[in-house]
Design a protein around this ligand. Structure first.
Ligand code: ZN
Ligand code: ZN
Length: 366
């Protein structure tokens, strides 16, 4: 991986240079992990990778965090470690490393307090978001990243495969959710990112989490779950279940949802626009009379973050390329009544799409 990280640093430099930036300033988060493999915790004490387009990379790090940085392997990269003591001014250290920078790219998730202190310390440097620069690298996954996403997909599939152990009438969403969370870790994730168990009318709220509502016989239950694997890659998959036979009208609507998702996945290939994948799903739901109830975009990129570029949304003209990974997750939501969603992660191949989630997609009656 050492060479892979050094390669990423070089590509980040050239992409930043092409975007007119003189340096990138990257604080703890997915971008830092992508560039140097350091899964640092965002803290009030400043940790910042200073990556000039020309010149050596430096990790400005609190002295007491330096051993953790070294343990993550940063010492093996072409990155200099610059630990700062409790009485030092780390912002001045960062500014001193790029004294002539006119335009700097700041980590998209840098805390505002740090952004403002850097602005004060570097008054001549225009601040721009670094995210757009890094997204062009991060959204084209390397083979080892696709392997990591495949592992994450298989891990969350194993959790869905066990749903019958937990999901039944008489239990609350929260009870089922706790069992699922335990299984997410047991099946190979380092942490749980989210657990949505939305039963009956709650299924009409796309981002409902869990509640003390008791699941009733015949109700649809949307289960949308994800976690992060030890390698740092995220899973995210949704299936809609029913605890006992649901109303025929719901079954018919869910059939249309399966067709919509299939149409969108079939549409995926290099050279088509992200927006056209959204349209492929939307057309099918529209024809089934559910168009107005499909109230969110069709998908989002996934990698070291659950939501990243490319976004599969109407009007996005970005052309898909082999190696891009994203969710395809159409849904329909009828307020006060019911809803459903079907979500798989796919990766663009040379000729189409590979699904990284492979549980049955029909309505699963438990
Ligand atoms: Zn999801
Ligand atoms: Zn998703």
């Amino acid at each position: 991986m050492t060479r892979a990280f050094d390669h990423r640093l070089d590509r980040a430099r050239s992409t930043a240079g092409a975007a007119g930036l003189d340096a990138l300033l990257i604080t703890p988060g997915a971008a830092l992990r992508y560039l140097i493999g350091y899964d640092a915790i965002p803290l009030e004490r400043l940790t910042c990778l200073v990556l000039p387009v020309v010149g050596p990379a430096t990790l400005v790090v609190p002295e007491l965090e330096a051993p953790a940085a070294v343990a993550s392997g940063v010492g093996d990269l072409r990155v200099r470690l610059l630990p700062w003591a409790e009485t030092d001014d780390p912002v001045a250290l960062v500014a001193g490393l790029v004294p002539h920078a006119r335009r700097v790219g700041l980590d998209d998730q840098m805390w505002a307090e740090k952004v403002l202190r850097l602005r004060a310390a570097m008054p001549d440097a225009e601040q721009r978001p670094a995210g757009a620069v890094l997204a062009t690298l991060r959204m084209r996954k390397a083979p080892d990243e696709i392997d990591a996403l495949r592992e994450a997909g298989a891990a969350i599939d194993r959790v869905h495969a066990r749903m019958g152990e937990w999901l039944r009438p008489g239990r609350t969403e929260a009870e089922v959710g706790r069992d699922i969370a335990e299984a997410i870790v047991a099946e190979g994730h380092a942490r749980v990112d989210f657990v949505i168990v939305a039963a009956g009318p709650n299924s009409a709220s796309p981002h409902h989490e869990t509640s003390d509502r008791v699941i009733e016989m015949g109700e649809p239950v949307v289960v949308d779950i994800g976690g992060t694997t030890p390698a740092g890659y995220c899973s995210d998959s949704t299936r809609t279940y029913a605890a006992g036979e649901p109303p025929a009208e719901f079954v018919a609507a869910h059939d249309a949802l399966v067709r919509a998702q299939e149409a969108a996945v079939r549409h995926v290939m290099p050279g088509v626009s992200a927006g056209s994948v959204d349209l492929a799903a939307r057309d099918v739901l529209h024809a089934a009379g559910l168009g107005e109830h499909f109230i969110h975009r069709t998908g989002h990129g996934i990698g070291l973050e659950t939501h990243e570029e490319p976004y599969i949304v109407g009007g996005n003209a970005m052309l898909l390329e082999a190696g891009m990974a994203f969710s395809v997750e159409p849904g329909f939501y009828l307020p006060g009544r019911y809803g459903a969603r079907l979500e798989d992660i796919v990766v663009v191949t040379d000729t189409g799409a590979e699904r990284l989630n492979n549980r049955p997609r029909d309505l699963l009656v438990l």
